[in-house]
Design a protein around this ligand. Sequence first.
Ligand SMILES: [Zn+2]
Length: 347
Amino acid sequence: MRAVTVTPGEPGSLRLVEDHPEPSSDEGAILVQALAVGVCGTDHEIIEGQYGEAPPGERDLVLGHESLGRVLEDPTGTLEPGDLVAGIVRHPDPVPCPNCAVGEWDMCRNGQYTEHGIKALPGFARERWRVQPRYAVGLDPALAEVGMLLEPASVVAKAWDHIDRIGTRAEWQPRSVLVTGAGPIGLLAALLASQRGLEVHVLDLATSGPKPALAAALGATYHTESVDELPFEPDVVVECTGAPVVVLDAMCKAAPTGIVCLTGVSTGGRTVDFDAGALNRTLVLENNVVFGSVNANRRHWDLAAEALARADQSWLASLITRRVPLDDYADAYRQGSDEIKAVLDFQ
Ligand SMILES: [Zn+2]
């Protein structure tokens, strides 16, 4: 069968393998026909050789962590043949740490977790893959065109889950949310905010392309000025750019008792001139919380599947700005202009 692979650490090693072995039965009882995989910044970093790890004893890594497939066979009876399914990306570390031991692998404390298509587990960019029932998430049949958005949606569902948990430290009635960055994560964070009935603000540099209309379709206000110029203080900030100045401005801008959730991964190595004492003073005197959030556990994947099923399907479809057939696989990994989400299509 065909599979898209890289040799981790070797830039330019992206290739389409025609005779990749069928998935081994020890990968899981559920056999899945791939429908599509989404492409994100992590894939680009792996292709550039900056990131990624092949399974033990192997040279190459099958790419793809944003999966969507259709069940071919499930002898466990968890899912039915024909069901839509996505595979959970991260698996717990083998020790396991206290968090992985209770299924909170998203909070792994020793870093020995594994991840499909990223770290020591083969990815989903192959024509067939297998998954264990505990890592298989069934999807509403209506999500056949957009279900590969479940992985980024799970990341956002975790962010909101943790915002809620932090909020309950005291009386918590948030009214407004600012989402910085209108890429897939930012727009899905805005979707979940709108489903919660919050007043949603989305901030991004783009003045043209699809982003302003996608935000408006959620009922959100779209901003292109800098965060410190905004005429309001948000109760919640979901930061999705990782851009140092945006991150710092977001931390300063939150309303009293506000919560700032950081989801963007910065490259590091850049310094900015910044008054750290003033930020500390604001955080202390306003009881603000700033926290980081990455990945998702089973509960978040299930919450994300519900959120996507409730969403306007045509809005979700318009997040997918390119669908590239497997024959043209390399095109899927080139960043297009005004791109939100490119998808590699296995059908
Ligand atoms: Zn762990």
